[in-house]
Design a protein around this ligand. Structure first.
Ligand SMILES: Nc1ncnc2c1ncn2[C@@H]1O[C@H](COP(=O)(O)OP(=O)(O)O)[C@@H](O)[C@H]1O
Ligand SMILES: [Mg+2]
Length: 249
């Protein structure tokens, strides 16, 4: 197996002093879609913020391409964090800026690309998510599904080595949620993107995840990790129950 892109070891996360999850051990393999699954409030978003270095673990460590995500010289950490493309749960775009500017702002801030090249790349990313011609639109002019896709395009702006999505389909009708799933698969299949995707949508997990990591809200640790179809048959009962809901739907 290839060298993992990310390695999570004995990770313990706390929020406001309270234990959220502990003993998390898993890898993210290059080119896979890993879903982080669990009941609301079990710590999925908090885990995501730990993976990208926004929050410090109470214990344990996260490595990306062999480098510690939380400890090291500030400059090296900043450079490392820039390799992550994150779409947060709110998925907010800057509302006072056009879609083009939303995508170009990070390029202007963090690269030396000239204006024409920034614009070219922004148009390319928008086309990738099905928003060709959306360059001059304002976020308020978009439907919910379009806004999510624009937020995904912005997460791709700096050509990240790892894409992290927090509930990308939440708040969308099933058709638009499925469209977003297809988009994630397209990125994985055609651009070789590696994706960590938080989800509590079983249909989405079954459709896109190569592997799923289950966080338990009571045990406060991971209870399963593997391909969804294997966990459906051989996972712990609560995990099978969750996955069966999707099989029945
Ligand atoms: N900054 C914080 N201070 C205190 N508690 C927090 C903070 N952030 C999250 N939590 C708590 O941590 C737990 C996990 O939250 P979260 O990661 O948002 O869960 P999920 O994304 O799985 O729904 C929740 O109980 C939440 O209330
Ligand atoms: Mg969350």
């Amino acid at each position: 197996m290839a060298m993992p892109l990310m390695q999570v070891r004995n990770l313990e996360i706390r929020a406001g002093g309270r234990l959220v999850q502990r003993d998390l051990n898993f890898d993210v393999q290059p080119g896979e879609v890993l879903a982080i699954v669990g009941a609301s409030g079990c710590g999925k978003s908090t885990l995501l913020r730990h993976l990208v270095g926004l929050e410090r673990p109470a214990a344990g460590q996260v490595q990306f391409a062999g480098q510690d995500v939380h400890h090291g010289p500030a400059q090296a950490l900043t450079a490392l964090h820039r390799r992550f493309g994150v779409m947060f749960q709110a998925g907010a775009l800057w509302s006072s800026m056009s879609l083009g500017d939303n995508l170009m702002l990070p390029m202007r801030m963090f690269t030396t690309l000239d204006a024409a090249e920034c614009a070219r790349r922004a148009r390319f990313k928008l086309a990738l998510v099905g928003l060709d011609g959306g360059f001059d639109l304002m976020p308020a002019q978009l439907s919910g599904g379009m806004r999510k896709r624009a937020a995904l395009a912005r997460a791709l702006a700096l050509e990240p080595d790892l894409l992290l999505l927090d509930e990308p389909g939440s708040g969308l009708d099933p058709l638009n949620a499925a469209r977003l799933d297809e988009l994630v698969l397209h990125l994985r299949n055609h651009l070789g993107s590696t994706v960590v995707m938080v989800s509590h949508d079983v249909a989405s997990v079954a459709a896109v995840a190569d592997r799923a990591l289950f966080l338990d809200p009571d045990a406060l640790t991971m209870t399963a990790l593997g391909p969804p179809d294997q966990l459906l048959h051989a996972g712990p009962e609560p995990v099978r129950r969750f996955l069966r809901r999707g099989a029945a739907a």
